[in-house]
Design a protein around this ligand. Sequence first.
Ligand code: SF4
Ligand code: SF4
Ligand code: SF4
Length: 330
Amino acid sequence: MRIREHQDQLRERVRNLLKSGEIRAFIGYRSGLRPSEAVVTFASEPGEADELILNEFCGLGLGRYALDRARAAEEEVEEPPLGVLAKGCDELALQRLMCDHRVLREDLYIIGMSCEGMVDSREVVRRFGADVQSVRIDEDEVIVENSGGSHTIPREEMLLDKCLHCEYSLPTEVDEMVDGRLGEEPVGEMDFSPVADIENMDVDDRYEYWSRQFSRCVRCFACRNVCPACSCEECSLDSWEPEWLSRHTGLSEQFMFHFTRAFHVAGRCIGCGECERVCPVDVPLMLLNRKLMRDVRDMFNVPEPHIPTETEPLGTYSPDDMDGWREGEG
Ligand code: SF4
Ligand code: SF4
Ligand code: SF4
């Protein structure tokens, strides 16, 4: 994978930006405990730039991490901006936060990177154990080497699910690119057919399906905490007074929680798949998100509902809005 070849370039650039005081810190990746793992790191000293990595495991979304470190109010911007590495999905996350007035563009210095899809490190460990020495993406195949030799697997089986649906892998509104734009081709394609499969079930089967999924949820809120569209300072789900959501985890409350989360991001979800990626029990949250995304596209005539704008379809009113219930059309 070509992005690896630009790791030294990134380190040098970030080191120089920190040394010259052009940025106050940088959000990127460093190696995790396993070779097939990349975790988030915050570099604030020039020497810390040497820990930065660029490889095919850098799939974890970085945009949301800017929320705690960047500023939202113009008058407070006195320090140099915060540096952040951005793939296409990270750029959308940052745009979402900017449109929601949660971070300021002037307070960010965005270093873009081309993305050819990222490998699911959990899948690598599941299949090949923890002693993976290298992973390469070669067109439609992923080549993994471990102590047992070299293994070639179809790309679709090893990429993160979010990448297989990604049509926005190349960031465009960045301050500089670390790799000079490696490829313009989208990695994946937005596919709504799994949504249609659920819609085509009869109502009892559909209820049974979602009951099974939601009853596994342990309400860890990781899906909310990682989401760039869920950035309210006070979340109604945390409120005790009034208690909008009961702490009881019976099925009706589980439905309530999941509908609340999904409707909160309807028309604002960027499709980054982070919520589903972090879920410890594999609740298929992207099915709900994509259902709402497709409905927003069709009902409100928004061709690209995952691209953030300041006027969201469900945040504005027009007398021409669809009103099927009142008119008996829905
Ligand atoms: S979602 Fe797109 S930009 Fe993000 S890691 Fe996957 S392919 Fe890259
Ligand atoms: S991350 Fe998964 S388990 Fe945790 S609250 Fe969300 S859906 Fe439930
Ligand atoms: S709901 Fe999921 S896919 Fe949508 S923006 Fe939030 S984390 Fe990303």
